[in-house]
Ligand binder design. Structure first.
Ligand SMILES: [Zn+2]
Length: 254
């Protein structure tokens, strides 16, 4: 029961975080630009935060004895951070595998990168990264109970995006390999001209470009697929100034 209450508390916090005044309403256009503009996204990576995963487990650090936090790396970071990122290829080739999660309140782009997925040629040794970064890769289900509620959605979304890329490398229609854009917000099959979008939504504003005036909780249920998910429904009122939206995008978000 204690575990359940903690989970419930954190989920209520998520709801609060997604309410009016949330940063995701302020910065969706910046994130959308990075999704559409490969060059802008590559530039944002140089100043952005990169959250590392190893086989989908996020890297956590303990700033003090009682606190866990997702370890954020920057290309211009301190010595141990640079050493870890250098192992991803001096030319930064492996960094291209990073996937855009969103951006911080300081308008700093946030990326996730799985250094142990086996997909990139420079797969890193888990223990070596942990030692260099003074962090630990922790299973996400455990991480949920260690992280402050405000930081859990970040690693959750990061993991979901990485998982989607790892399982969407081939087109379901033609069987051909798919190519991702720089932000990792879509994959494209040139053989059948099919575009695939990740089924990850943390913010309506970010995904469909609508700005929400108010949001109220409707209902929720456990959703076991693809990986112990949590589904909830909300009623949202949209700002009248921004009602232009593609119905196709809404379908993808849903
Ligand atoms: Zn195809």
């Amino acid at each position: 029961p204690a575990l359940f209450h903690q989970t419930l508390f954190k989920k209520q916090s998520f709801l609060k975080a997604a309410g009016p005044g949330d940063r995701s309403v302020t910065f969706p256009r910046y994130v959308n630009r990075l999704k559409e503009d490969d060059e802008a996204c590559a530039a944002a990576l140089k100043d952005g935060s990169i959250f590392l995963f190893h086989r989908l487990s996020p890297l956590l650090r303990r700033p003090d004895a009682r606190t866990f936090s997702p370890a954020a790396f920057t290309c211009s970071g301190t010595e141990p951070e640079r050493l870890v990122l250098q192992r991803l290829g001096s030319d930064g080739s492996q960094l291209k595998e990073a996937v855009l999660i969103g951006c911080s309140e300081q308008n700093q782009a946030q990326f996730c990168l799985d250094v142990g997925s086996g997909l990139c040629s420079g797969e890193l040794d888990q223990a070596a990264v942990e030692e260099a970064s003074q962090g630990t890769f922790i299973d996400l289900r455990k991480a949920f109970f260690l992280l402050p509620a405000a930081e859990a959605p970040l690693v959750s979304k990061g993991q979901a995006l990485l998982r989607w890329h790892q399982t969407s490398r081939f087109c379901g229609a033609s069987g051909q390999p798919t190519q991702r854009n720089r932000a990792g917000s879509q994959r494209f099959c040139s053989s059948s001209s099919t575009v695939y979008y990740p089924k990850v939504t943390s913010s309506v504003a970010e995904e469909v470009g609508l700005e929400i005036q108010s949001i109220s909780y409707s209902s929720s249920q456990h959703w076991p697929f693809p990986h112990s998910s949590f589904m909830l429904g909300c009623h949202a009122l949209v700002s009248p100034a921004h009602t232009q939206v593609s119905s196709q995008v809404i379908i993808e978000v849903v």
